[in-house]
Design a protein around this ligand. Structure first.
Ligand SMILES: *Cc1c(COP(=O)(O)O)cnc(C)c1O
Length: 396
């Protein structure tokens, strides 16, 4: 098997699993209890909180554990909207956010909030002028993702943070794809709230966190007990949180090496696809992208068909299309970047980890050549195209 879907989820690192195990068995105590068994859990929670805080340049009391990235996004947006509604009911976000942000915004619109969805350029980078122009006296929140999960594009977070703070507007970033992958300092970047998730960085699924800058009066999301400084009730997921802490400790330790290795492999794969496969287009900025992200559109094919045929060869990848109600919706990210429906449907996302090898990249491109050859041979559009235009080239 060749696993190239690390933006969807990652393999839990063996040392992470090992760190978690005792908290299922001998150290099963409730972290809120007084006795020794509980305090072992409490200690482990605090250790994980310190690790995460250090990784962000934050203080440990600014880290709140959640049940994942989606919960952190929901919390940040809904609580900010509720808390600051007397100041205004306008929110600014982008057209390329994860659905955890977009669908939360749609929900808030139903509650009477107004949301402006700022566009991106052809490489998927947020247009700063458009963002600035969207701000109003009643704007209470800007939410822009750190790195896009489909095309990997890195956003001008520091500039956006500066704009937000100059105007006294809260700034939230969904950093699920970036935390543990790239260095992040919340102060330098003017970030007030940041969402992260463990399973995108070799940690366990179902655990994440929301960084909330101290002094920010954000209401709680889950009501109940006094856990997480009364802001997020519920008995803590101690094994999950321990795993998150270990995953981030590991990620920080290997970060420079991992970035360099993934970038090299990424660029190797991009060059090889361009060399070997005609009529394709790299989606997203060539350089300003996540070290492990490759996203191509192939003309005359459906991404979904490519995926199925790759799966038959033991290759795990992803396409931007989402299957809703039996129909394939093209990626909202690629459409926002100005791609035609056809090219948006023909997209393929390959996301690497530090475990992938050059041999795997060679094998994937071999497989793609064969698959695209077969699919295009069956495509009437391709046939017409070849009849009308002889020769080879890349789509611009
Ligand atoms: C995966 C992802 C999420 C959701 O995180 P979960 O922990 O799976 O809920 C949110 N935002 C982005 C950008 C993601 O890639």
């Amino acid at each position: 098997m060749i696993y190239l879907d690390n933006a969807a989820t990652t393999r839990t690192a063996p040392e992470v699993v090992e760190a978690m195990l005792p908290f299922f068995s001998e150290n099963y105590g409730n972290a809120s209890s007084i006795y020794g068994l509980g305090s072992a859990s409490k200690k482990a929670l605090n250790q994980a909180r310190r690790t995460l805080a250090e990784a962000l340049g934050a203080r440990q009391e600014e880290i709140y554990f959640t049940a994942g990235g989606s919960e952190a996004d929901n919390w940040a947006l809904k609580a900010a909207a509720e808390t600051y509604k007397d100041r205004g009911k306008h929110i600014v976000t982008t057209r390329i956010e994860h659905h955890a942000v977009l669908h939360t915004c749609a929900y808030l619109e139903k509650q009477g909030y107004e949301v402006t969805y700022v566009g991106v350029d052809e490489n998927g980078i947020v247009r700063l002028e458009e963002l600035e122009a969207a701000l109003r006296p009643d704007t209470i929140l800007i939410s822009v993702m750190f790195a896009n999960n489909e095309v990997g594009t890195l956003q001008p977070i520091k500039e956006i943070g500066q704009i937000a703070h100059e105007q006294g507007i809260l700034f939230h970033t969904d950093a699920v794809q970036a935390f543990g992958q790239l260095p992040i300092r919340v102060d330098e970047l003017h970030i007030d709230m940041l969402s992260a998730s463990a399973h995108k960085v070799n940690g366990p699924k179902g655990v994440g966190c929301l960084y909330i800058r101290s002094g920010l009066k954000l209401g709680s999301f889950i009501h109940g007990g006094a856990q997480e400084r009364s802001r997020r009730a519920g008995t803590e997921n101690v094994p999950g949180i321990v795993g998150f802490g270990k995953a981030i400790e590991r990620a920080v330790a290997i970060m420079p090496e991992k970035i360099e290795r993934e970038k090299r492999l990424r660029d190797y794969l991009i060059d090889l696809i361009y060399e070997e496969i005609p009529y394709c287009r790299l989606n997203g900025d060539r350089d300003r992208r996540l070290p492990g992200n490759v996203n191509f559109s192939f003309q005359f094919v459906e991404g979904e068909s490519v995926l199925i045929m790759l799966d038959m060869k033991g290759i795990c990848a992803s396409s931007g299309s989402a299957c809703t109600s039996g129909a394939l919706d093209p990626s909202h990210v690629l459409l926002a970047m100005g791609l035609s429906h056809e090219l948006a449907h023909g997209s393929l996302r390959l996301t690497l980890s530090e475990e992938n090898t050059e041999e795997e990249m060679d094998a994937v491109v071999e497989a793609l050549k064969e698959i695209l050859g077969k699919l295009r041979a069956m495509s009437p559009l391709y046939e017409d195209f070849m009849k009308s235009r002889k020769g080879e080239g890349h789509v611009q």
